[in-house]
Structure formats: structure tokens, C-alpha cells
Ligand binder design. Structure first.
Ligand SMILES: [Zn+2]
Ligand SMILES: [Zn+2]
Length: 337
């Protein structure tokens, strides 16, 4: 099959890769119809996260059609149309029972193979999905990106709003209006937030934030920043964004973080947390728990408008370059096998 494979830092290529096969009785094979490049795909691409094997098929946002299932798969048959969360989950272990599917005892991230162990991703013609019964969610016909987004960015945005305890009447600051931040705006509004401030520096992102009902604030304009919001939803994953979140929340607020942080120290000190009586919550979104609700919210809210590029899989290398360098106002890049 054709697949986008990681070769090294800033080196991804569409290559021939071995066709995936059913390995476990709980596996399914999915023919990918639509995939996307996620901001977190840029971490290994840029060398911020290390350890990925050369030859790893990247990608953890995909939807498609089931073409084969293992003998223990009960929910799926060939021909079923599905979307996957970015990591697999069994639905039965203690973490899954608690709703923390992203920390499933048997779960794996798509698109991460290290030292020969791990799971290839979905920027490919075919993908193997372990724990298919627990992981996959049914979708209707068609390749509406709203369906795809339920598996990662929209579920992550909903998780952020939950972590931030956003409730009717809340005031919220969303730090960073990339795809996850934009989805967090929608999620906060769906939970009844009275006002959502959207902080970024890129005009095209602020414009989308406004379309989704937020009050756009240029993050570099100190005088325009909100003061004393109930929750900051930090969707970047950098020390600067943590600092910005700290600056805009009220005492007793929650800072919720869903970006992948790669720095070694907290940008705020224990004393600063004490001085504002803050709660800081972070972690990998348990996307699977949110997916059914995300499918519904995504279609109602018209999330497909964040898509800036739709390329054939064969041009995925160019897609990474466009997304990495934010060329041509790139917001979200889709790949079609
Ligand atoms: Zn992702
Ligand atoms: Zn589990």
C-alpha cells in the first residue's frame, strides 16, 4: 500500500509500506477514505518528540470502511463505515471504566512505532485497528470532515471544556486558536459559556474563532487581553501559553491544558499557583468517551470550515510542509488516499 512514512526529522515521504494484516482476533482492517494531519504529528516531524522508528506510518485521524475483522470482533463487519479515535481502547479495563480511555491499559497511539513496538497510523491506504470493538465508532456515508474531527480535535476540545469546568455563565479564555482551540470554543459555547475569548496572533485563526462565536483577542495586545476569566483552555502546549493562561484567569480558576508539552519545567511556579488558588489540569484527551457527542456537535456547528487544504495522499509530504510552515493560511490539512 501507499503510506506517508516518517524517515527522520523534517523528512516524511509517501512510500510503499507493507499491507497491514489482522494480527489479533480483536483487530479490524480499515480502508482509509479520509485522513488529516494533526498538530501533534508535527512534534516528531520537527524533532520535538524523539524515538519514532524510521518507516513508521504517521497519522492518527482517519475514517474509512471496515474491510476485514478478526474472529473475536462482534460489532463490526466488512462494509461498515467508521471513524477511529487517535488511540485505541478496550472499553473494559479500569481506566476505560473510569472514562479515561486515553490511558487504557491495552491502548496504543496510532502512528507511533518505537523500537519495533507500536502501531502504524492512518495516513495510508489501509490501517490495522486493534481493540476494534472498543475503539471504533460508526459514521454515516460520506466524507464530511466533521466525522473525522470527532476522533481527535473536536473530542479534545470537548475534553478541555470539561477539564475547565465550563458551565452556563462561565467566562472562558481559549489560548491558541489552532484546530483544537477552535473546537474548544465550540465546546465551551455548547456547555453554556457566557463569553469565550479567543487568543492567538494569526488573523485567519482569529477570524475563524469569531465565526465560532468567540471574542477574538490578538494575544500580543496586552491591553486587550481578558482579565479574571473562570477558565483558561490552553490548546498550544508551550511555556508561553501556560504563562498567558495564568495571566488571564481569576483567583480560584481552572487552567486546562491539552497541548503536548515538551518543556521540562512548569512555566508557573508552585507559589504562583498558590497565590491564585488555581487548579491546573492536563492530559491526553480520552477522545473515545466524547466521540458520539462530538459527531453530533461537529455537524451542527459546521466544523468543516476550518479545513484549508485537501490533498491526495500522494501529496502528503507537501501537506506536511504547508502545515508546518503555515503556508497559504493553513489551518487544517486533509489527505485523501
Ligand atoms: Zn492529534
Ligand atoms: Zn481499556
Amino acid at each position: 500500500m501507499k503510506a506517508l512514512t516518517f524517515q527522520g526529522v523534517r523528512d516524511v515521504r509517501v512510500t510503499d509500506a507493507p499491507d497491514p494484516v489482522l494480527r489479533e482476533p480483536t483487530d479490524a482492517l480499515v480502508r482509509v477514505e479520509l485522513a488529516a494531519i494533526c498538530g501533534s504529528d508535527l512534534h516528531p516531524f520537527r524533532g520535538h518528540e524523539r524515538g519514532l522508528d524510521a518507516g513508521t506510518v504517521l497519522g492518527h485521524e482517519f475514517q474509512g470502511e471496515v474491510i476485514a475483522v478478526g474472529s473475536a470482533v462482534e460489532r463490526w463487519r466488512p462494509g461498515d463505515r467508521v471513524v477511529a479515535p487517535f488511540s485505541t481502547s478496550c472499553g473494559q479495563c479500569a481506566a476505560c471504566a473510569r472514562g479515561l480511555t486515553s490511558r487504557c491499559e491495552r491502548g496504543q497511539l496510532f502512528g507511533w512505532v518505537q523500537g519495533g513496538h507500536g502501531l502504524h497510523g492512518g495516513q495510508a491506504e489501509l490501517v490495522r485497528v486493534p481493540l476494534a470493538d472498543g475503539s471504533l465508532v460508526r459514521i454515516p456515508d460520506g466524507t464530511d470532515p466533521a466525522l473525522l474531527f470527532a476522533g481527535d480535535i473536536l473530542s479534545t476540545g470537548m475534553f478541555l471544556a470539561e477539564l475547565g469546568e465550563v458551565s452556563p455563565g462561565s467566562t472562558v479564555a481559549v489560548i491558541g486558536c489552532g484546530p483544537v482551540g477552535l473546537m474548544a470554543i465550540l465546546a465551551a459555547r455548547a456547555r453554556g459559556a457566557a463569553q469565550v475569548f479567543a487568543l492567538d496572533v494569526l488573523p485567519e485563526r482569529l477570524a475563524l474563532a469569531t465565526e465560532f462565536g468567540a471574542t477574538a483577542v490578538h494575544a500580543a495586545d496586552r491591553s486587550a487581553r481578558p482579565k479574571g476569566v473562570d477558565a483558561a483552555l490552553e490548546a498550544v502546549g508551550s511555556p508561553e501559553s501556560t504563562r498567558l493562561a495564568y495571566d488571564v484567569v481569576r483567583a480560584g480558576a481552572v487552567i486546562a491544558a491539552a497541548g503536548v508539552h515538551t518543556e521540562e519545567r512548569f512555566a508557573i511556579t508552585p507559589g504562583e499557583v498558590y497565590d491564585k488558588n488555581l487548579t491546573y489540569r492536563a492530559g491526553r484527551a480520552p477522545a473515545r468517551r466524547f466521540m458520539e457527542a462530538a459527531l453530533d456537535l461537529g455537524r451542527r456547528a459546521g466544523v468543516a470550515r476550518i479545513v484549508s487544504h485537501r490533498l491526495p495522499l500522494a501529496e502528503a509530504r507537501e501537506g506536511y510542509r504547508i502545515f508546518d510552515e503555515r503556508l497559504d493560511r493553513a489551518t487544517k490539512v486533509l489527505l485523501e488516499p
